[in-house]
Design a protein. Sequence first.
Length: 208
Amino acid sequence: MASQIPRGAFIVFEGCDRSGKTTQAKKLVDYLNKNNIPSQFVNFPDRTISTGHIIDEYLRKKIELPDQAAHLLFSANRWEREPTLTKLIEQGITLICDRYSFSGVAFSAAKEGMDISWCFQPEKGLPKPDAVLLFKLNEEALQRRKGFGDERYEQTDFQRKVAENYEKLKDNIWIDIDADKDIDTLGLIVKDIVIDTIKKSQFNPLER
Ligand code: T5A
Ligand code: NA
């Protein structure tokens, strides 16, 4: 049998705004690389690529778009990066991905008249993560974090609907994370889950 090169794991962090995903994702990538586990931080929306420029204007409320058009742009943003992501995973690099398709669905479907199964259609065929870590923060703990900025979606009522939608998307690869902990304590919990996922997924084919 031909020897197999272990692939990288594809691990997604999801959760409501301000739950601490970016802080943990970046910290973890540093830790992994220092411990000779090649890894890279990726995030969606990626505001630096073509589709991301329009998304950035939309999030900063510089432009308005029909909800469907906005939704498809967020999805297109993932498809624009997909070839690079797949290549990195195949080369053995673990990706720690700050938001993914589930943000796309949970946020869009929180809007009036947006059907959750319609929202999921353009995500079909994208690489499936090996694990989704859902950062959960109750509203009281959320209030203690720094205030929301001026971007679209940064309101408590809307975030509550997003949290409800996440619950509908869960399957057996989702892991709840109680995010109401200090940065270092949370880091230890996240690190154990991620190392475990990397070991388990390295010889499994990447699913779509
Ligand atoms: N969106 C996204 C869609 O509608 N569709 C899509 O398809 C996608 C991909 C932009 C928006 O776009 C939406 C979702 C978003 O509304 P973004 O650019 O990723 O998404 O911005 P956000 O994810 O909103 O960034 P957040 O504000 O949510 O922050 P994080 O990453 O959850 O939290 P983080 O780490 O930046 O920390 C927030 C604050 O808390 C502190 C930090 O220092 C920071 O001040 N903090 C902690 N404080 C106490 N204890 C801890 N453990 C802490 N960890 C961090
Ligand atoms: Na973030």
